[in-house]
Design a protein. Structure first.
Length: 74
C-alpha cells in the first residue's frame, strides 16, 4: 500500500488508491454472504453503497481534473 500511495503522483491518484482499498470491504462482505450465508445488516449495505458511490465520485473528479492529460510516462 505504501508503494501504491507513493506512485500516485497527484492528489487524485491518492484518492483513487484509498477508494480501491476500501472496495475490499465490499468484496469481503459479498463473499461472506454468498459462501457462508451471513446476514448483512442495513447499516452494512449502506456502508457498502457509500464506498461504491465515493469510488465513482473519485473517478469522475479525477477525470474532470485532467481530461486531456497524456498517459503516464514510463
Amino acid at each position: 500500500m505504501t508503494r501504491a500511495y507513493s506512485m500516485s503522483q497527484n492528489h487524485g491518484g491518492t484518492l483513487m488508491v484509498a477508494n480501491l482499498q476500501y472496495s475490499g470491504i465490499v468484496f469481503a462482505a459479498l463473499y461472506s454472504l454468498i459462501l457462508f450465508g451471513d446476514n448483512i445488516p442495513m447499516t452494512g449495505w449502506a456502508g457498502m453503497a457509500l464506498i461504491i458511490v465515493s469510488a465513482l465520485a473519485a473517478t469522475v473528479l479525477q477525470a474532470r481534473a485532467a481530461p486531456d492529460a497524456p498517459a503516464e510516462e514510463h
